[in-house]
Design a protein around this ligand. Sequence first.
Ligand code: ADP
Ligand code: MG
Length: 376
Amino acid sequence: MGRSLLRSRSLKKLLSIGRRGSDEEPRKSPCHLPSANLASHPKLTWRCFSYREIFQATRGFRQENLVGRGGYAEVYKGILADGQAIAVKRLTPALTDGKREREFLTELGTVGHVSHPNVSCLLGCCVENGLHLIFALSTRGSVSSNLHDESKPIMTWKQRFRIAVGTGRGLQYLHKGCQRRIIHRDIKASNVLLTDNFDPQISDFGLARWLPSEWSHHAIAPIEGTFGCLAPEYYTHGIVHEKTDVFAFGVFLLEVISGRKPVDRFYKSLLIWARPYLNDGSIEAIVDPRIGDDYDLDQLKRLTFVASLCVRASASWRPTMTQVLELLEGTGEISPERWQMPDDEQDEEGFWDFDDLDDDTNSRSSSSSSSGSTGK
Ligand SMILES: Nc1ncnc2c1ncn2[C@@H]1O[C@H](COP(=O)(O)OP(=O)(O)O)[C@@H](O)[C@H]1O
Ligand SMILES: [Mg+2]
């Protein structure tokens, strides 16, 4: 079959979301969240900080207080006068333009309206001498730095599983639990931060979008996000909906299990590397060799099964985050038959086996930033 015909058929399938009925789950208002969650994470109100306050807290934005740098912002740790540890995200003055400012305000508008133990906690903002967002400090930095920074201890299986489930809960909350539907658009290990107890918190809402509840999806241009984490319907057509985040979550799971980056320094995709192991069931080969066999096999089966569903090319055959959590937190046997795709759909999965992404990555990342992001 001609490649273009196949592609147009595939596109229809990629876009046919909601067919399995799974996208029709009722939204939950925050008061429907488990009470334990809310009790441990009361609704916080944010406030405006003076520049003087954050200047003093970060000791004049000293270099030694710099804890992170993204595409357009620098993040400094600091201590407020009342002893609270904070992270100040400052829009890099040299990179400030209308687009960056818009992303910054998007982040303020989104993260300022959410409250969940697995989502970064905004304390406030400061608009004097530039734009600043003030967050509670996530003391252990990002999942990415903990996985890939050789100076940090190797993360145990227990920590990794906790991170996988907690991040899933945070994302489920954004999709279904908070007052409006939020699509994050840049789920990846450097945007998931860790508290002292290795509890994950989803951060960096610069690309996030609110979707009206009646829209099945939204088309966005330009395409921004991170190579290796982009769902096919998004990187080919700019289509955004919950399932684009689900796809990125699948890649995130593979990164957490394997300790490999979504795209390595040779521009090789983690997905292409992992797919044969996922397909033939040799899942032990995916585990980060640094943790040896010190892992729980049942948890590994759950994580790899969920990852394989999340990274399906066809959005409609990916699970919702609610279903992801049922699979991750369940205790019974997983039943793969429930998730079996018809043969013709399976054939097309092969077609979308990310060869395009790999080609794109090779050609486009030479002009992208070292973080591998397309837009940030
Ligand atoms: N609340 C925080 N606590 C600790 N470190 C943080 C915090 N927020 C951000 N960082 C660090 O700064 C980095 C960049 O922050 P991020 O919000 O992702 O910026 P960008 O939008 O530029 O990517 C993160 O990967 C992380 O290492
Ligand atoms: Mg980031």
